[in-house]
Design a protein around this ligand. Sequence first.
Ligand SMILES: [Zn+2]
Ligand SMILES: [Zn+2]
Length: 337
Amino acid sequence: MQKAAVLSKLKEYPQVRELEDEPLRDNEVLIEQSETGICYRDILTMEGFLPRVVLPMVPGHEISGTVKRVGSAVTQFKEGDRVASLIYVPCGTCEYCTSGRENLCRNKRTFGESMNGAYRKYLNVPEISLVKVPSGVSPEAAAISACVTGMVVQALEVVGGLRAGQTALITGAGGGVGSHAVQIAKALGARVIGETSSEWKKEGIQKVGADSVVSGQDFSKKVKEISGDGVDVALETVGSPTFNDAFRSLKYGGRLVVIGNVDVNPVSLPLGNLILKGNTIAGSVSSTKATMNKALKLSKEGKIAPVVGRVFSIDDVAEAYKAMKNRELFGKAFIKF
Ligand SMILES: [Zn+2]
Ligand SMILES: [Zn+2]
């Protein structure tokens, strides 16, 4: 038995209760976590915006820790290894899984949605979801290597094609995702403009490495002033509230990559501008093991570091969700076990 936060009903906060241990399957690894990240996606899950949610369920998908035991069919990991997990279990056999694009697997199951997730100290994870964490990477950096830093590498480098010498715009740059996206864009050699709707976050965004920070209505005008003719890549971590300005911030041939959808409202798009400027708009989802490994490498090299907004106990999940919804945190919320 162990303590876990459990989501029993949509639109109600997860509650802490005792949870039975699950038997370790042959292909699984038992992991002991020291902390896990709390994600805006967990709030959207609670609010009922994600499909395929099976209740009751332990939320959370930012999994990492130390291997305590391995199932009889596990070949790549042993007791004592430090590991981090994808936020999902890929099928391993479809066209996406066999071409290094397991983030698009249609058969994947996601932790904290269609099965029990990370809001507990001990959990079993199939080997297929795991990567090794190199020495010198902090537990917090490992915890966010799938959902935050690996996801941002996927969006900026793989989907957005961001290269050294280019300019990147990060919307929501003071958030749990944005504060790390600023660092990753810098680590990839870009000039970085951060956007925030919270004046008090501006200084922090510069501290994590942004060359400039913009805010307010019509921020695309300021982006154009700073960048000359617009940005090569805009990373949309917010969604509809900032989408149109992020789009207008693109230069000719620029690419807008969408990873955030905080209020799930649709957007309208000026197709004439899209065509005439030759812009690309792409969605990007989660990370692959390759982009997790890249994120862990950047952490090991000291090029990126976790921005810890606040650390909560498992009894205070509701308080954490409220703080995130009210944008009280700069950086990422964690649960410490
Ligand atoms: Zn997450
Ligand atoms: Zn697959």
